[in-house]
Design a protein around this ligand. Structure first.
Ligand code: 2AM
Length: 177
């Protein structure tokens, strides 16, 4: 569109095989909680949410990501749980790899330096599977765990449509090594 603004965030974007498994976990939980399943091709793990900003700032945003130095790592997605406050069912990792923490803190530091808004709450890695979920969903194991080999991160543009958000990967950054 010709819009002068854009809504963007940095995320880990899973390969199709990983997305398929995550999506299946969402289906399982849905039987208990109901709610709206996220489409398989939209599943992601947000690293840093920037939100609505002028399109002319995209260059500065790309420069922030260019500064990040990260090594490939394995993310073992081994649990599924629900948050009551926002009615989200999500998948996550019981062990937060230090490489993931480092990736997020490097991004946030670069964003803050460049004057972008930075999340103040503690980073809580999760992949949202369902929204508007209701009722109880005791936290449980994903067995066998989903072994997500993280080799890139991405800048995503989000278009809010009637039928949910549509995402476009604007750029991928590969891990070093
Ligand atoms: P969520 O799945 O927990 O809602 C796109 O909206 C992505 O950015 C989602 O993964 C969403 O997390 C995340 N996000 C983080 N902070 C947000 C905010 N303040 N507003 C909207 N989405 C946010």
């Amino acid at each position: 569109s010709a819009s002068r603004r854009t809504r963007v965030f940095f995320a880990l974007w899973p390969a199709p095989a990983i997305a398929r498994r995550l999506h299946r976990e969402g289906e399982r939980a849905h039987a208990t909680t109901g709610g709206r399943r996220m489409r398989r091709d939209t599943l992601h793990l947000t690293l840093a949410f920037i939100g609505d900003m002028p399109r002319e700032r995209l260059e500065d945003l790309l420069a922030c990501a260019d500064k990040v130095d990260f090594a490939p790592f394995a993310l073992v997605v081994d649990r599924i749980a629900a948050w009551r406050h926002n009615h989200i069912v999500w998948a996550g990792a019981s062990v937060q790899p230090p490489e993931l923490e480092s990736l997020v803190s490097q991004l946030n530091a670069a964003l803050a330096d460049a004057g972008f808004p930075v999340e103040r709450r503690k980073f809580s890695a999760h992949v949202t599977l369902l929204r508007n979920a209701r009722g109880e969903l005791p936290a449980s194991d994903i067995d066998p765990p989903i072994e997500w080999s993280v080799r890139t991160f991405a800048l995503i543009e989000s278009d809010l449509a009637q039928d949910g958000a549509h995402y476009t990967v604007l750029k991928f950054w590969p891990a070093a090594g």
